[in-house]
Design a protein around this ligand. Structure first.
Ligand code: NAD
Length: 483
């Protein structure tokens, strides 16, 4: 039976002000499995009003940090209880194997909530020595205050995990939120909001408005009572958001795309590196911001390494991820399948050597073959642009200096991986890389306590860790004259 999802505003499921709906399509069989409310500017107004009221004298504004922490702990317990259901929601919506969100995304979401539960009571100010005021002593200290209502705009590739990155931290900081999930994946955000209510969060503290970025996302960016936009998604949408929030001086965090290098030195543990690089590009069909899509391999091992990766790609069983033994499902949507195919054709046209995969036929299902290009150069389109699919480009290098130069020759700067058994080389290279996070002999580890974010076109700001919660506060200075 087709499910009909509604917004969650002020503690209640509601339809759009104009009754409009949008279709949710299963990427495996291309059939509609649910509809969701297509949000309007009026829906955003209602949600922001509810979130704002909670900050201006509402029950939420009267809670202290310890009480907010207790609510977050309770929410973490409820997400733990519903782990399988939430994992299935996120997996089914984008055709992903449910094992991945069960093992990674939802446990990460729970960890985000538990970590934030601890931070809620730790957002301390400072006491700062000063030279006084006109010869009289003063006491200056700072307090951390919630920024206000946050608009949290989320992509489809890891919906619950990314939503909790934002929501856990901002609730710890005392903010309230209107979540705008991706058009493809509203379910887990709506369920999270219902769990917030079950946990005892006051109505209006957490709201969800489903719908299109250009309407709901834009209206959140423009709304005068939204103090901060916390966005994860494409650089194109990030730019559109910047154009609106920049002149309004709103706070903004942008977690954008990547073209992350995995650097494999000839002294690396070969099998571990091959397995790690395959994971880094094929997990979630390569639809990961930190996907290790540029694989830089030292000359002495490059042919053997490319062969090992092609072998790994050819062995992946593609199909309906609900069936046993299937390791890779389709990509999330038709537009994504067309995009990835276009890039694969471009790689062939620009002269890269196709070792595995290739352009995939359309339907039924948005399937794309895991694809490996070798003999590529860093100026090829497949080495420069984010494909967001299971496509890796192997580029050869000779020296450490060349590896660093190639890795940094990118408009992106999100993550990188260094595979080597030489500790000094690992640290030296890691420090020279222009990215937000480096994994040494491991691909892109995520942890609720670690900051996450990128340089250059990969974004502005950091989420995760205590700093992630502090980013949802303003530091106010109070100076008291002591005559
Ligand atoms: P997208 O930019 O198309 O959409 C992301 C969200 O923004 C969606 O909710 C969408 O509705 C909304 N949106 C779109 N246009 C908007 C606009 N003009 N104003 C306001 N909101 C708007 O991205 P996507 O296709 O959902 O996700 C893929 C992208 O996300 C990739 O580039 C990927 O690298 C990036 N990503 C980054 C991270 C990170 O942590 N850096 C994590 C996951 C995904």
């Amino acid at each position: 039976m087709t499910q009909h999802l509604k917004h969650f505003i002020d503690g209640a499921p509601v339809d759009s002000s104009d009754g409009a709906r949008m279709s949710l399509v299963n990427p495996v069989d291309e059939k509609e499995y649910a509809t969701a409310a297509r949000g309007t500017v009026e829906d955003v107004r209602r949600a922001v009003a509810a979130a704002h009221a909670q900050l201006k004298g509402g029950a939420w504004s009267r809670l202290n940090g310890a009480q907010r922490g207790m609510l977050l702990s309770k929410l973490a317990d409820l997400v733990q209880r519903d782990l399988d259901m939430l994992a299935d929601m996120d997996a089914n919506a984008i055709g992903r194997s449910p094992m991945e969100p069960r093992m990674m995304d939802v446990p990460n979401a729970i960890a985000n909530l538990r970590a934030a539960a601890g931070w809620a009571n730790q957002l301390e100010g400072r006491t700062i020595p000063t030279s006084g005021y006109m010869g009289t002593k003063t006491l200056s200290y700072t307090v951390r205050e919630p920024i206000g209502v946050v608009g949290a705009i989320v992509p489809w590739n890891s919906p619950l995990m990314i939503t909790t990155w934002k929501v856990a931290a901002l609730l710890a900081a005392g903010c309230t939120v209107v979540i705008k999930p991706s058009e493809e994946t509203p379910q887990s955000a709506l369920h999270l909001a219902a769990l917030c209510q079950e946990a005892g969060f006051p109505d209006g503290a957490v709201n969800v408005v489903t719908g299109c970025g250009e309407v709901v996302g834009k209206a959140l960016c423009e709304h005068p009572d939204v103090a901060k936009i916390s966005f994860t998604g494409s650089p194109e949408a990030g730019r559109a958001i910047q154009r609106i929030v920049g002149p309004l001086f709103k706070r903004v965090a942008l977690e954008l795309g990547g073209k992350s290098p995995q650097i494999v030195f000839d002294d690396a543990a070969f099998e571990d590196a091959a397995r790690g690089c395959a994971l880094g590009i094929f997990v979630n069909q390569g639809q990961v911001c930190a996907a290790g899509s540029r694989i830089l391999v030292q000359k002495g091992i490059s042919k053997r390494f490319a062969g090992a990766l092609a072998n790994a790609a050819n062995q992946i069983r593609i199909g309906n991820p609900a069936e046993p033994g299937v390791q890779m499902g389709p990509v999330a949507k038709k537009a994504q399948q067309e995009r990835v195919n276009r890039y694969i054709q471009r790689g062939i046209d620009e002269g890269a050597q196709l070792l595995a995969g290739g352009v995939s036929p359309s339907g039924p299902g948005f399937f794309v073959k895991p694809t490996i290009f070798a003999g590529a150069t860093n100026d090829m389109t497949i080495a420069r642009e984010e494909i967001f699919g299971p496509v890796a480009t192997i580029i050869e290098f000779e020296t450490d200096g060349q590896a660093i130069a190639l890795a940094n020759d990118s408009e992106y700067g999100l993550a990188a991986t260094v595979w080597t058994s030489n500790l000094a080389r690992a640290h030296k290279v890691a420090q020279a890389l222009e990215v937000g996070a480096v994994g040494v002999n491991c691909w892109s580890p995520l942890d609720a306590n670690l900051p996450w974010g990128g340089l250059k076109t990969s974004g502005i700001g950091r989420e995760g860790g205590l700093g992630g919660a502090l980013a949802f506060t303003e530091e106010k200075v109070i100076t008291v004259l002591l005559p």
